[in-house]
Design a protein around this ligand. Structure first.
Ligand code: NDP
Length: 288
């Protein structure tokens, strides 16, 4: 095993660098009388949503972006929900909309996906933005978490060209869109899932390994190639009740060249990507 130390990819450092750049862009918009504005639409009070909401509000504040929360009753009917959403969508002062999902079971999100203005769709739920991610068109918005991974690799100068990448997880939130973003950067991608036959060997072959399965510490040291770059997207709770990733960090850190921790890894960059999307949207509407 190599004696070289691994670099810990701190999401908090990536977020800090992004903040500096965004503050300047927000200042420029403000000097033209435009205040970038994010609307958070939340139905009910799921603890996960509330936790993400707190982080998003803080991130917008730090960047100078306005943020309004539209809290809707858990019992709202479909018709009323669509009417409330339409009001937010049509408001010219609002540049980006984050709708927490999944919605309560009695609500259908399909009409919302079709309705949301693609340039306000800062969390990529519109089929327009999804299609753009899959066709390599960078004029739309990718989902925030996969883009956060790309921001992190970029910050640490990790070039993807020609690299063998294994992504564990094929969800529409992380695995699939991330694979497309990496393909756009000329990586050679293998996507793994629960039916993958020899997961350990496929992971070990990778020069860059991304874990996005949602299984605490499932990536053990023997699944990681010598000096691989390891990005951990997972957010789990271990047996002791502590937050942990999909990677057995303490063991893998000795082998990886670069590794992202959990917490303070990818998750710390996600809300910065959201802020970046809101700023891009405000810049787009400025010229309309
Ligand atoms: P999903 O449950 O939607 O998808 C998990 C994927 O991992 C599926 O494709 C599944 O395969 C695959 N998988 C699960 N177990 C295994 C296994 N043992 N071996 C191989 N593949 C496996 O999860 P998400 O994509 O939404 O999230 C993944 C993780 O990322 C979670 O821990 C989540 O909390 C975290 N997350 C972190 C965010 C952040 O900001 N850092 C934001 C969003 C998510 P199959 O398709 O066959 O079922």
């Amino acid at each position: 095993m190599s004696t070289e130390k691994s670099v810990v990819m701190m999401g908090t450092d990536v977020a800090k660098a992004m903040k500096e750049e965004l503050i300047q862009r927000v200042e420029e918009l403000k000097s033209e009388g435009i205040l970038p504005h994010l609307a958070i639409v939340r139905v009910g009070e799921r603890p996960d949503d509330l936790a993400y909401e707190r982080g998003a509000i803080k991130r917008m504040e730090l960047t100078g972006i306005a943020c309004s929360v539209f809290e809707l009753s858990e019992n709202i009917c479909q018709e009323e929900f669509e009417a409330e959403f339409r009001k937010v969508n049509d408001d010219p002062k609002i540049h980006g909309i984050l709708l927490f999902r999944p919605l309560p079971k009695h609500l259908d999100e399909e009409p919302i996906k079709a309705m949301i203005h693609p340039m306000k769709d800062v969390d990529c739920m519109s089929p327009v933005n999804i299609a753009k991610v899959f066709s390599g068109d960078e004029t739309g918005y990718a989902p925030c978490t996969p883009e956060a991974v790309m921001e992190m690799l970029d910050y640490y100068d990790i070039d993807l060209t020609g690299k063998k990448v294994t992504v564990v997880g094929r969800s529409m939130v992380v695995g699939k869109p991330l694979s497309m973003l990496m393909l756009k950067k000329h990586a050679t991608i293998t996507v793994c899932h629960t039916r993958t036959k020899d997961l350990a060997a496929t992971c070990k072959e990778a020069e860059i390994l991304v874990a996005a399965a949602g299984k605490a510490k499932m990536i053990s040291e023997d699944m990681v190639g010598e000096r691989a770059v390891v990005v951990d997207v997972g957010i789990n709770v271990d047996d002791d009740g502590n937050m942990c990733g999909d990677v057995d960090y303490d063991a893998v850190v000795r082998k990886a060249s670069y590794i992202s921790p959990v917490p303070r890894g990818v998750g710390s960059v996600t809300s910065s990507v959201l802020a970046k999307h809101v700023v891009r949207s405000a810049e787009y509407f400025r010229s309309k």
